[in-house]
Design a protein around this ligand. Structure first.
Ligand code: B12
Length: 216
């Protein structure tokens, strides 16, 4: 199958919530050695974004969102090991704690960021979604992490990012690890306002931001 057609079908399979097709296409991409960054960012992600638009327009409802979300997860199950294999086996560029903040169960974007960081040589500890704010700090301390990545998809949970940064300051831990924030409602302005060390609008840029923060 031509790459363009493959990417279009990937997008469509997510929009239609066709899990068998999404997984089968991911396997085909791996077999055919298609660039997995492209597969994710030009195939599957546009699909889930379209689902979001359809939801906003009132054309899709919660069951469709859940089904498409599950398709994304199934795809990442296929792609993640391949991304891992591709990563250059040199010493880790840094240890990263990542999770979606308390009260927020969205994890598709967070998983993508985790996958990309991992594929690009970072050691990633994924705490999952709906993570207690304290846990980010406890894990970062016990794991001696270099970076905490906080994802938030709801305007109501974004404030959790701010609270984690406050807790870090209160405990005089600011010098020990950097904080990177992201998620659909998060902006550079918000990151600056809450005192985050960095912000990235997508998983690719998150890798660049992490490199910049830990390379300095
Ligand atoms: C799929 C989805 C769901 C799925 C989630 C499945 C899952 N396992 O994640 C389900 C159906 C469960 C769901 C539930 C809900 N959802 Co929802 N959901 C979405 C949807 C359609 C897509 C989100 C997504 O996965 N996008 C694709 C990924 C790839 O993009 P992303 O998450 O933005 O991540 C990228 C970047 O933001 C960035 N990034 C993400 N995290 C991080 C972290 C760091 C550190 C960095 C640097 C970068 C970074 O990189 C990622 C990859 O490029 C969005 C619509 C939208 N436009 O975002 C609504 C949306 C986020 N949901 C919304 C709502 C309201 C809800 C519910 C409250 C609905 C309800 N009434 O129950 C619940 C939330 C329950 C809870 N407590 O969390 C609203 C939020 C409104 C708001 N502003 O607060 C949105 C915006 C829809 C809307 N327009 O109203 N949802």
């Amino acid at each position: 199958m031509e790459k363009k057609e493959l990417l279009t079908r990937m997008e469509k399979s997510i929009v239609e919530g066709d899990k068998d097709e999404t997984v089968q296409l991911a396997k085909e991409a791996v077999r055919e050695n298609v660039d997995l960054n492209e597969v994710i960012n030009k195939g599957y992600v546009p699909g889930i974004q379209k689902v979001g638009e359809l939801w906003e327009k009132g054309e899709y409802f919660l069951p469709e969102l859940i089904t498409s979300g599950e398709c994304m997860k199934a795809v990442m199950k296929v792609l993640q090991p391949e991304l891992e294999k591709a990563k250059i086996k040199i010493s880790s560029l840094g240890k990263v704690i990542i999770g979606t903040v308390e009260g927020d169960i969205h994890d598709i974007g967070k998983n993508l960021v985790a996958s990309m960081l991992s594929a690009n040589g970072f050691e990633v500890i994924d705490l999952g979604a709906d993570v207690k704010l304290e846990k980010f700090i406890e894990s970062a301390e016990s794991e001696k992490a270099d970076l905490i990545c906080l994802s938030a998809l709801l305007t109501t949970t974004m404030v959790g990012q701010k609270k984690v940064i406050q807790l870090i300051k209160e405990r005089n831990l600011s010098g020990q690890f950097k904080v990177l924030v992201g998620g659909a409602p998060v902006t550079q302005q918000w990151a600056d306002d809450v005192g985050a060390d960095g912000y990235a609008e997508n998983a690719m840029i998150a890798v660049k931001a992490a490199n910049k923060l830990l390379g300095e």
